[in-house]
Design a protein around this ligand. Structure first.
Ligand code: PGA
Length: 249
C-alpha cells in the first residue's frame, strides 16, 4: 500500500515567533492517523522546528540542500548540516528553485546523488510551464525532468523517493489543475516508472500533487486513484486549512 503524505512547504515565511505559534496550533490539531505529515520550514528554523516536533508524529524536511558536504559555498547549506538539526528529508527541485536559482536538471542530479549518499529522503518536484501545457508538450517535459534526475537512480534508491507533481502555472496562482489533469499526469508518471523499473515499484512510489491546494478543492484532487497526497504551499501556513487538507486525504 502506498503511503499517504501531506507536506507543508512554508517557503520563505514567518519569523521564529510566528513559526512557534503555528507549531503550537498544529500540535493541537486532530490529524488523521493514516497520513504521514511533514512540514518544511526555512533553514534557519530547522533546529527549532525539529526540537519542538520531536515527540509528535509530524516530521520535518528542508526546502533544499547543497550537493557538497562542506566547502567554500557561501550562503549554502549541506546535508550534514541538515542532519545535525535532526532533519533527514529534503525537498529538491521545487520550481521556485529551478526558476529563480537556476537549478537545472544537471544540478539537481548532483543533489539527488548527494541526498541518497547521505540517507536523506527526497521529495522530488517536477512540473511544466503553462507554455508547455498549451503546446501539448507537458508529458514530454515531465519525462525529461525525470529521466535527467531521479530516473538515473537505482531501483532501491527510487523506492525511497517521493515525487511531487507541481504544474508551475498552478503554484501560488489560485489556479488549480483539474482533478482529471492531475490524475492523467500522475498515471503517466507511474507508467513511466513501470516501464523504466517495474510495476511493483511504480505502485509503491507516492506521487503528491502541489499547486493551489485548499480545503475546498483537496477532496476532489485526493479522490483520484493515483494521487497519494499533496505538497501544500500557501494553505500550509494556516493550521486550520492545513488540518482540513490533511483530513481530506
Ligand atoms: P501553493 O504552493 O500551494 O501555494 O500553490 C505549492 C508549492 O509551491 O509547493
Amino acid at each position: 500500500m502506498r503511503k499517504k503524505i501531506i507536506v507543508g512547504n512554508w517557503k520563505m515565511n514567518n519569523s521564529n515567533i510566528e513559526t512557534l505559534s503555528l507549531l503550537d496550533e498544529l500540535l493541537k490539531c486532530n490529524f488523521s492517523k493514516k497520513v504521514r505529515i511533514i512540514v518544511s520550514p526555512s533553514f534557519t528554523q530547522l533546529s527549532l522546528v525539529s526540537e519542538k516536533l520531536k515527540k509528535s508524529n509530524i516530521e520535518v524536511a528542508s526546502q533544499n540542500m547543497h550537493s557538497a558536504n562542506k566547502g567554500a559555498f557561501t550562503g549554502e547549506v549541506s546535508s550534514l548540516m541538515i542532519k545535525s538539526s535532526d532533519v533527514f528529508i529534503s525537498i529538491l527541485g521545487h520550481s521556485e528553485r529551478r526558476t529563480y536559482f537556476n537549478e537545472t536538471n544537471e544540478v539537481l542530479k548532483e543533489k539527488v546523488d548527494q541526498a541518497i549518499k547521505e540517507n536523506i529522503e527526497i521529495i522530488f518536484c517536477v512540473g511544466e510551464k503553462l507554455s508547455d501545457r498549451k503546446s501539448k508538450n507537458h508529458f514530454e517535459y515531465i519525462k525529461h525532468q525525470l529521466e535527467k534526475t531521479i530516473f538515473l537512480q537505482s531501483k532501491d534508491s527510487l523506492r525511497n523517493i517521493i515525487i511531487a507533481y507541481e504544474p508551475i502555472w498552478a503554484i501560488g496562482t489560485g489556479e488549480t489543475a483539474s482533478p482529471e489533469q492531475v490524475q492523467e499526469m500522475h498515471l503517466y508518471i507511474r507508467n513511466l516508472i513501470s516501464k523504466k523499473y517495474n510495476t511493483i515499484l511504480a505502485n509503491s512510489v507516492s506521487i503528491l500533487y502541489g499547486g493551489s491546494v485548499k480545503p475546498s478543492n483537496a477532496n476532489d484532487i485526493f479522490s483520484q486513484p493515483d494521487v497519494d497526497g499533496g505538497l501544500i504551499g500557501g494553505a500550509s501556513l494556516n493550521s486550520k486549512d492545513f488540518a482540513a487538507i490533511v483530513n481530506a486525504l
